[in-house]
Design a protein around this ligand. Structure first.
Ligand SMILES: Nc1nc2c(ncn2[C@@H]2O[C@H](COP(=O)(O)OP(=O)(O)O)[C@@H](O)[C@H]2O)c(=O)[nH]1
Ligand SMILES: [Mg+2]
Length: 422
């Protein structure tokens, strides 16, 4: 058995269908689920991508029927910055922790090529944070503040001319990471005839460039009909406003112009209600699920592969996480051992080299010492000889001196004798 492999018990895997003779009670499971979810509360994270002044903040206020008190951003930022704000909202007994992420400065730079980078990094960072929490020994996913983006509203400029290159590039970079819902911003600035053509143009451009946008799910019977209809209205053309106007004795969100009033929630005026219906009332849970089951799953797969994990080994045979880990650990230990051996061998060689060097130096020193000793002996001998010679010379000198002295005395005596004779 390979390392880490667990012996599987031999269980017969046959499922039989049985009838209950009376009420047991597990039909309350869906209710238990609802009750638990309501108790825990929900969270939903929206990212708004679009140029400054396209009405992102106004639309958020309109969608959640509140005032998020966002401050208008300038057009002078040198880079795109992502700003997230989290709010606690409550409707009936359902609590929603809502995070709105704004792409401040998007499209404001002269060089718009890198506008998407900060956004991609932000989305990946939220996935990475979740993965790190998941990989912890002691995880707290229940209380973890999940910041992964569930819905990305992409605000398209109402030019009537189709998408800008920044739109296509950015959406293409994001379509495997997040549920993209493209919307036409400030739709009151575009005429009804132009709008239809504009929508078709946008859809065909997205298709031609292979950009995958979020489609409302049609596999659930209860919503398949409405979702199918709504899918044909994408991209929704929306209007937002923070102003209220009295219409038929009711205060409604609207934009007032000299020639008339655009009501945000009037389906004849724009697709705002469709967007709210799809985003909040019908498909919020689907977007949360797709984020976790599709986009995060893809991120997780890539990251784990990057770390060297795989579901199959080199021979395409299934391999468990633990087996991969053990193999990696073994390889790592072997590598370490090999490195240690190499270092030890190198050390031995170096020691030998140093020893040889030292021996050589010692030999040289000995030779030098011997030479010095010999020189010293030679010098000493020379000196000794010289001394002897000198001593001999002194003796000789003294002998001669003596001789001369004797000779001188004799001569003097002789001379004196002669003079006496005279
Ligand atoms: N015509 C029109 N103007 C809008 C709409 N939504 C917002 N605005 C205006 O556009 C300006 C910028 O809106 P804001 O929400 O701050 O844009 P943001 O920078 O994208 O957040 C404000 O003067 C809004 O009143 C809209 O749907 N139609
Ligand atoms: Mg804003």
């Amino acid at each position: 058995m390979a390392v880490g492999e667990v012996e599987k018990p031999n269980i017969e895997n046959e499922v039989r269908t049985l009838k209950l003779s009376g009420h047991v009670g597990f039909d309350s499971l869906p209710d238990q689920l609802v009750s638990k979810s309501v108790q825990n509360g929900f969270n939903f994270n929206i990212m708004c991508i679009g140029e400054t002044g396209l009405g992102k903040s106004t639309l958020m206020d309109s969608l959640f029927n509140t005032n998020f008190e966002s401050t208008p951003s300038p057009h002078s930022l040198p880079t795109v910055k992502l700003k997230a704000h989290t709010y606690e909202l409550q409707e009936s007994n359902v609590r929603l922790k809502l995070t709105i992420v704004d792409t401040v400065g998007y499209g404001d730079q002269i060089n718009k090529e890198d506008s998407f980078k900060a956004i991609v990094d932000y989305i990946d960072a939220q996935f990475e944070n979740y993965l790190q929490e998941e990989l912890k020994i002691k995880r707290s996913l229940c209380t973890y503040h999940d910041n992964r983006i569930h819905a990305c509203l992409y605000f398209i400029c109402p030019t009537g001319h189709g998408l800008k290159s920044i739109d296509l590039v950015c959406m293409k970079k994001l379509d495997q990471k997040v549920n993209i819902i493209p919307i036409i911003a400030k739709a009151d600035t575009i005429s009804k005839n132009e709008l239809q053509k504009f929508k078709s143009k946008i859809i065909s451009e997205l298709q031609n460039n292979g950009v995958q946008i979020y489609a409302f799910p049609v596999d659930d019977e209860t919503v398949s009909e409405v979702n199918t209809t709504m899918n044909s209205h994408i991209p929704f053309a929306v209007v937002g406003s923070t102003d209220f106007v009295r219409v038929a004795n009711k205060m409604v969100r609207a934009r007032q112009y000299p020639w008339g009033t655009v009501q945000v929630e009037n389906e004849g005026h724009c697709d705002f209600v469709k967007l709210r219906e799809m985003l909040i009332r019908t498909n919020m849970e689907d977007m949360r699920e797709k984020t976790h089951g599709l986009h995060y799953e893809l991120f997780r797969k890539k990251r784990l592969e990057q770390m060297g994990f795989s579901d199959v080994d080199a021979d395409n045979k299934p391999i468990s996480f633990q087996q991969t880990f053990e193999t990696k650990r073994c390889n790592h230990l072997q590598e370490l051992q090999q490195k240690e051996d190499e270092m030890r061998q190198m050390f031995v060689v170096r020691v030998k080299e140093k020893e040889a060097e030292l021996k050589e130096a010692e030999k040289e020193l000995h030779a030098k010492f011997d030479k010095l000793k010999k020189d010293h002996t030679d010098d000493k001998k020379k000196l000794e000889d010289n001394r002897k010679k000198l001593e001999d010379e002194i003796v000789e000198f003294n002998r001669r001196k003596q001789q001369y002295a004797t000779m001188a005395t004799t001569h003097h005596t002789l001379t004196l004798g002669k003079s006496k004779k005279k």
